[in-house]
Unconditional design. Structure first.
Length: 64
């Protein structure tokens, strides 16, 4: 039996932000030799702007 999974629609511009954020968290974790728990805690503390039209600079400031 297959389960039905509802995946909400995510606009392409927000997909870009989410993917960059996830990659940034992973890169920072590796660079700073964090374990997965510390990376998760740090990611939850990020202040993410709600604007869909973020510049590359603004994205980098969120991640670094």
């Amino acid at each position: 039996m297959q389960k039905h999974i509802d995946i909400p629609y995510l606009p392409e511009s927000m997909e870009y932000v989410v993917i960059r954020l996830i990659i940034g968290v992973i890169v920072n974790a590796v660079r700073k030799q964090w374990d997965i728990q510390k990376a998760k805690d740090n990611a939850l503390d990020l202040k993410i702007p709600s604007d869909e039209n973020l510049s590359e600079y603004e994205l980098e400031q969120i991640i670094v």
